[in-house]
Design a protein around this ligand. Structure first.
Ligand SMILES: [Zn+2]
Length: 271
């Protein structure tokens, strides 16, 4: 079944005054200057996998050394009109695949950060979470002069740094249990925590009886962690609207496919 072509106005009409679950991806944050690594003009990039991160101290040194140098650059991003519109929608639930924290800063109620937040750190031993900004101070204390010595290392717009020799970098352990510290984000090769997924499924399933709709904004639905909610909604007969520049893996399941900018469409919807 091919989706209807166009449908910008029809999609707005379908979504207005209806209970909504909103699923957002990287396309929503590009207007905030955070690059979309799956978008059409994305640079080639291979993020560290979970398996690599837990393989031993060398991988953890490489991760944290780069993160230490790049951390300051991420702080400059601000929520854009799309984030602000989502916060005004009154959605049953907003599910985001983004780890940048911009929905939180826009004041979005009822939010699930599906892949975690880059601003938090988790201990793989005791599962205690802590503040990434506080860890930055510990990294600086343990590695005096490191940032200055590597000031010339190229930094990508998302805060990742091109840096090869990281063998001298000192990585702190968990202050509580001595375990390995990891950014509290879901790496490639790692599963989204089950209770997080269950909360999202419950909100999507509740749309059926409430005559609601699922709105996808700025995600190409490349990974199953987001696509499964679209499949669940479509199977239950809940209408799905996808707003994204470029094709997505959920296109054939959508009632409307809107090829427009997220900020523009969401602002028109939220009023
Ligand atoms: Zn611990």
């Amino acid at each position: 079944m091919a989706p209807p072509s166009g449908g910008y106005v029809e999609a707005l009409t379908l979504l207005r005054d209806r209970p909504l679950v909103v699923l957002t991806g990287a396309g929503l944050s590009t207007d905030s200057g955070i690059p979309d690594y799956r978008g059409p003009s994305a640079p080639a990039r291979t993020p560290m996998t979970y398996q690599e991160f837990v393989s031993g101290p060398a991988a953890q040194q490489r991760y944290w050394a780069r993160s230490h140098l790049g951390w300051g650059r991420m702080g400059g991003a601000e929520p854009n009109d799309g984030h602000r519109a989502v916060a005004r929608l009154g959605a049953d639930l907003v599910i985001t695949q983004n780890v940048d924290g911009l929905h939180e800063r826009a004041g979005t109620p009822r939010l699930v950060a599906l892949h975690g937040r880059i601003a938090e750190v988790v201990c793989l031993g005791c599962r205690e979470t802590s503040d990434r900004a506080a860890l930055q101070e510990r990294l600086a204390e343990l590695n005096p002069g490191y940032a200055e010595r590597h000031a010339a290392a190229p930094v990508r717009p998302d805060g990742d740094v091109e840096l090869e020799d990281t063998a001298e970098f000192v990585v702190p352990d968990c202050a509580g249990c001595g375990g390995v510290l990891k950014p509290d984000v879901v790496f490639f090769g790692e599963n989204v925590p089950a209770e997080r997924v269950a909360r999202c499924y419950a909100a999507v399933e509740a749309l059926t009886e409430r005559d609601g709709a699922l709105l996808v904004a700025g995600s190409s639905l490349t990974v199953m962690s987001g696509l499964r909610f679209v499949r669940r909604a479509a199977r239950a007969g809940t209408p799905v609207v996808i707003v994204n520049r470029g094709s997505t893996r959920g296109d054939e399941l959508a009632s409307y496919r809107v090829h427009a900018g997220c900020s523009e469409f969401l602002t028109a919807l939220a009023g």
